[in-house]
Design a protein around this ligand. Sequence first.
Ligand code: KG4
Ligand code: ZN
Length: 335
Amino acid sequence: MLVLGVETSCDETAAAVVKDGREILSNVVYDQTRLHSQYGGVVPELAGRSHVENIHRVIREALAEADVTGSQLDLVAATQGPGLVCSLLVGINTAKALAFGLGKPLLGVNHLEGHLLAVFLQEQVEFPFLGLIVSGGHTDLYRVDGFGQYRVLGRTRDDAAGECYDKVAKMMGLGYPGGPIIDRLAQAGNPKAFKFPRALLESGSLDFSFSGLKTSVKNFLEKRARGQIENISDADVAASFQEAVVDALVVKLTRACERENLQRVVVSGGVAANSRLRERVQSAARPNAFQAWFPRLEFCTDNAAMIACAAYFRYKNSASFPFPMDMDAQANLAL
Ligand code: KG4
Ligand code: ZN
């Protein structure tokens, strides 16, 4: 079964052809980072316009690379939400036009389900497992009992972890997106140079909170600029900030596994590309009796292969198919 996936929920214009949910025939991503970096974050209207300019080229490239014609496709799938409406609409409407023109069924995919199942592009993880989605828009813990069987165990009460990385990088004048920049800079720093707060660690809750950490870094930077703090470099700040984020994620993930009696963990979303998080989760795995999986780096950040993969499993396991042509974007679509 050949699925064309289309992803335009934020600032990546992406299309992929995936066979039987696993075999990636093509995975094209046009990254708009350069467009948004001068503003220090994604500008929704510019993102939507850039999708309009690039989506046709990206889809054509995905089909050509896969050596597949439109008529050979079995299904056209696009991200329905959550995301920026003006970005989502471009992918959805292009997918609709294609499905209509080719006479193929159309499927709307939840972006979060795409992240959660991205690891299936590499290998099938046995159910049940704990899914941690850490991205620019989400920090959610799910109990995953099967395809389509997702229960929220905890989530952020304010900023998402990726958002916090991006805002801290902006405060430090490091550029956008902040996650990969801080990840690299932190490798030269001391994670114990300064103890930033870890929110909600003691309360027994499985929720997260990162806005206090962000404020604490802001206060720290102001004090350092006034000369009240000395001998702590940008690399030390990056490493110490990162350690606070990773500590919170690892503590909640371990707590959730214990509480739900789960032995398998899948971490996904853009922040799952973080080298320190990958290292810390793997070293927490053995003493806490769980096994951990991470998608390959290119499947952590937004891509369309994960959308085609999720569409395939939804098609195989669900009755809600195909989607009607009046399917609309949903900025806050829940999983
Ligand atoms: O999943 P994603 O591509 O888009 C959303 O669905 O939000 O995630 C993007 C987020 C950004 O906040 C970016 O800074 C963060 O993932 N990110 C990272 C790393 N690579 C991307 N955060 C920490 N370390 C990284 N290596
Ligand atoms: Zn995402």
